[in-house]
Design a protein around this ligand. Structure first.
Ligand code: ZN
Length: 460
């Protein structure tokens, strides 16, 4: 049921902006998809829903800046549980080549359900596998259908791969497309789905996959097309030393130099991972306003390295947080990802590297800025009513109430939000995702997953 408006009463702890003190005992009025008022003793309007906030720690909804939803169907495969990136990819391409529109739709539902349940209100998705068997299918459209069903704010990328094994790339022929087809479909999805409104529910990003799976021409032309329509540009960059070596061998360039040649750098560009930049390159990122989607769990899982988050933030680089694909995480637990960002930063720099407030800012406002949303990522009057509400009254948070907001990162054994609200609508209600049968979805996803693995087994 569509909410006319919501009155959150007597909130136990409310973080409007990580830079400010949390509020306690206040109400929040939500109307027309926005935070309308915050204060004490607010009155609801006719037909508004009232939610008791007396056990809730409420924070701006999280923004996930990098994912591969389809990978939820190939999580945790024993064959690549202990592999590093390139070996892991080479095995998995041979499973992913069997995905179809149904797999994309259900994996999108699955990933977004998990994201919403863990407080994430807005996400991108880097979908770059367009098997030849899906020619003419609208895979991006299937993703928007899933997002709309769940009510998530969504800015997927039209990803691409154009450099296959025979041309020195990593993926097999079956999952790459010609540059012409990629550009044609990229333009189609921008025209069909992109909404330039800063608080839109739908946006589009163009995202050539990586230096080792896309031709230079495709990267350059994609950048130019994205700029023609004012959409963001995204790719994987500086994830591993193998990538750096391959880039040097193929082009005689370091990965960021390649980006410069392909015009894939600037304040409209965000890179996933960004681990292996040197000092000079960090300065270049800062100077150009390029953004970084930090993926701590995936980086640990694949042993890729540790992103230089503290130094980036100090240089003024916009760093957001991302769960990355579910074959290298292997979950879409956004709150866990933020905890891992906090902890991994401390492994590298010591206990004062990142504070909980730094991480909340990275996880919400920085992410929204990266994806080109405006007035999203804080809970102030006039900003989007995108919020995550966690019940901190139970065992997992007992003893932590001197700072119930930071407790969400330092404590907790279950990251399920009591309520998640997107654009003024309750999408997780009493810990369950609205409008979907979670058990049925899990069953369906398991069936599709088994089907993909079976095809890999039979046909290779
Ligand atoms: Zn990725």
């Amino acid at each position: 049921m569509k909410e006319k408006g919501i009155l959150l009463k007597n909130i136990y702890a409310l973080m409007t902006d990580p830079a400010k003190e949390a509020l306690s005992g206040v109400d929040m009025l939500i109307k027309d998809g926005k935070v309308s008022k915050i204060g004490k003793g607010l009155q609801k309007e006719e037909g508004f829903r009232v939610i008791d906030g007396s056990n809730l720690a409420v924070v701006p909804g999280f923004v996930n800046t990098h994912h591969h939803f389809y990978q939820t169907l190939t999580r945790n495969l024993p064959q690549v549980q202990n592999a590093k990136l390139f070996d892991w990819l080479v095995y998995l391409y041979e499973v992913w080549k069997y995905i179809d529109e149904e797999a994309v739709y259900y994996s999108s539902l699955l990933a977004m359900t998990e994201l919403l349940k863990t407080g994430c209100t807005c996400s991108t998705d880097h979908h770059y596998v367009f098997p030849q068997s899906c020619e003419g299918h609208d895979l991006t459209g299937a993703q928007f259908k899933a997002a709309d069903r769940l009510g998530m704010r969504f800015s997927p990328t039209r990803g691409s791969m154009s450099l296959s094994k025979k041309d020195g790339g990593l993926p097999p022929d079956t999952v790459v497309q010609s540059e012409e087809k990629i550009l044609e479909d990229s333009e189609r999805v921008i025209k069909l789905y992109h909404d330039p409104d800063p608080m839109a529910m739908h946006k589009i990003v163009l995202a050539p996959c990586s230096p080792f799976s896309v031709t230079k021409k495709c990267m350059l032309e994609s950048s130019r097309l994205a700029r023609k329509y004012g959409v963001r540009i995204h790719t994987h960059l500086c994830e591993t030393i193998d990538e750096e070596n391959q880039c040097k061998a193929m082009y005689g360039l370091r990965p960021l130099e390649l980006m410069q040649e392909c015009e894939m750098i600037g304040s409209d560009v965000f890179y996933a991972h960004g681990i292996w930049f040197n000092d000079e390159e960090l300065k270049t990122l800062a100077k150009t306003g390029s953004h970084i989607a930090h993926c701590p769990s995936s980086n640990m899982r694949l042993g890729s390295g540790i992103c230089r988050t503290r130094e980036m933030l100090d240089l003024g680089i916009n760093v957001g947080i991302a769960v990355d694909g579910s074959a290298s995480n292997d979950s879409s637990d956004m709150l866990a990802e933020m905890r891992n960002a906090l902890l991994l930063g401390r492994v590298k720099y010591g206990s004062q590297a990142l504070t909980a407030r730094d991480v909340f800012k990275m996880g919400s406002e920085n992410g929204a800025k990266m994806l080109n949303f405006g007035n999203v990522g804080r809970l102030e009057e006039g900003w989007a009513a995108d919020l995550a509400c966690f019940d901190v009254s139970g065992i997992a948070y007992a003893g932590s109430h001197s700072d119930p907001i930071a407790a969400l990162l330092f404590c907790g054994c279950d990251h399920t939000a009591k309520y998640t609200i997107v654009n003024g609508q309750v999408v997780v209600d009493d810990r369950r995702v609205v409008g979907i049968d979670e058990e049925e979805l899990a069953k369906k996803a398991n069936e599709i997953s088994a089907g993909l693995l079976e095809k890999r087994r039979i046909y290779g």
